[in-house]
Design a binder for this molecule. Structure first.
Ligand SMILES: Cc1cc2nc3c(=O)[nH]c(=O)nc-3n(C[C@H](O)[C@H](O)[C@H](O)COP(=O)(O)OP(=O)(O)OC[C@H]3O[C@@H](n4cnc5c(N)ncnc54)[C@H](O)[C@@H]3O)c2cc1C
Length: 397
């Protein structure tokens, strides 16, 4: 089918980079970009919980650069509400119907909510968008007592930023350790010790039942009947992939839209996906995964565009997931996925500079690098060849 018009749903990192890659692949037709958010160029999200929240960056910094030859047709401030794949059309929230020859799904992810917490109550915040980051920055401008629900990457970064500003911070986490789902219990405990050493009241293994107060939030209520005083509450319990609009097309939407190795949506030859919304078989780890990290969105964008424009020259996407996080004086980088904590291979937690290995059946599957950026590159390279742990240990510097 000739490609005259490609619709890109979602105008953020993955959507923008895929659109640019379409041009690099030689596409000269119309690129219609439909995004719920109003800002263009879109902004980068990692600085939201770091430089923007800290007040270090002016509002314009952190916008993504846009390739000069992109020439998009922009439809901003609108959601795509439905896809009719058999008719090659999408419908927007104002009833507009757009036909397409190719479609890029880049609708990312949105914060998970707790049914018992109304985020419209004054003092309750989530952090995914630029306006939400600005609202939270303004809210922590005095010296409020901040309670963060959830000790994942975002919750931990917000806690570190608030402590840097001298605020009274409590983290409430359901799991026994912060960051446990990524780092496991042992390195999660290291992260917990770091937050406590910086003055965070970190309470793990607790269950939140709701928030309460007169006209605004005043406390977070726990399932054991106690409560924690709060002026500001940040709900940071993870995200869910934005796939609702894809329902009714027979796609597998369990934890993201399922794609094949080339990022073509399974069941639709002219639709691809990239970024936080995409689940695909990562050959390097022999399983399907959905990755919520920046570099994944950028790398998938190039492959998704190639698949749409050159379906006859398939390129598979397999990659080592990578995430970074800045907390206090720790530059934290994690490469790989899953596996059991194995050992600290280099440095030590006392020095706040180390590499910890994760392994499955004696094979390296992940590495946590703290204040060791050069080592991270080396271990990322190791992961692509899946080396035995004993070989790595024999050759340590
Ligand atoms: C505060 C914060 C800090 C982060 N820090 C790091 C970090 O340090 N390191 C790291 O690796 N990663 C980090 N990330 C994750 C990284 O930013 C994401 O992986 C990346 O933004 C994913 O890009 P995306 O385009 O796939 O999705 P998104 O950025 O979620 O963009 C999706 C876009 O689609 C829009 N949309 C959704 N549904 C629809 C619809 N139906 N119709 C139209 N538009 C729609 C959304 O409004 C949004 O603009 C951070 C994320 C946040 C929120």
């Amino acid at each position: 089918m000739p490609m005259n018009r490609i619709v890109v749903a979602g105008v953020s990192l993955a959507g923008l980079r895929t659109a640019e890659a379409l041009r690099l692949e030689g596409f000269t037709g119309e690129i219609v970009m439909v995004g719920e958010e109003q800002l263009f160029p879109p902004y980068d999200r990692p600085p939201l919980s770091k430089e923007i929240l800290k007040g270090l960056w002016q509002e314009d910094r952190g916008r993504l650069k846009v390739a000069e030859n992109l020439d998009p047709t922009l439809i901003l401030g609108h959601r795509v509400t439905a896809l009719r794949a058999s008719d090659n059309e999408v419908e927007l929230d104002d009833g507009t119907v757009l036909t397409y020859d190719g479609l890029v799904i880049a609708t990312g992810a949105s914060p998970k909510m707790m049914g018992s917490i109304d985020t419209s109550i004054p003092g309750v915040h989530v952090l995914r968008t630029f306006p939400e980051a600005v609202a939270l920055r303004e809210a922590i401008g005095g010296s409020p007592k901040v309670v963060i629900i959830g000790a994942g990457w975002i919750g931990c970064e917000v806690a570190a930023t608030c402590r840097d500003r001298g605020l009274d911070v409590t983290i409430l986490e359901y799991f026994p350790q912060p960051l446990e789902r990524t780092l496991g219990p042992i390195m999660g405990a290291w992260a917990g010790a770091m937050h406590r050493a910086h003055g965070v009241d970190l309470r793990c293994g607790v269950s939140v039942s709701g928030v309460s107060g007169e006209g605004r939030v005043e406390r977070v209520d726990l399932a054991d009947g106690t409560s924690v005083a709060a002026d500001i509450v940040v709900l940071a319990i993870g995200v869910f992939p934005e796939t609702k609009w894809l329902e009714g097309n027979g796609f597998d939407l369990e934890n993201g839209v399922l794609c094949d190795e080339t990022l073509q949506v399974v069941g639709a030859s002219n639709i691809v996906a990239a970024g936080d919304v995409c689940r695909w078989p990562n050959k390097m780890f022999n399983r399907t995964m959905r990755v919520e990290h920046w570099s994944n969105a950028v790398e998938q964008a190039a492959v998704a565009a190639h698949t749409l424009i050159h379906p006859d020259e398939p390129k598979g996407y397999s990659a080592v997931p990578y995430v970074w996080s800045d907390q206090y004086d720790a530059k934290i980088q994690y490469v790989g996925t899953g596996g059991e904590y194995h050992s600290i291979l280099e440095g030590s937690t006392e020095e706040n500079k180390f590499v910890a290995a994760y392994a499955t059946d004696g094979v390296l599957v992940g590495a946590l690098c703290v204040n060791s950026p050069a080592r991270m590159i080396k271990y990322k390279r190791f992961l692509t060849t899946a080396p035995q742990m004993d070989l790595i240990e024999e050759n340590l510097p």
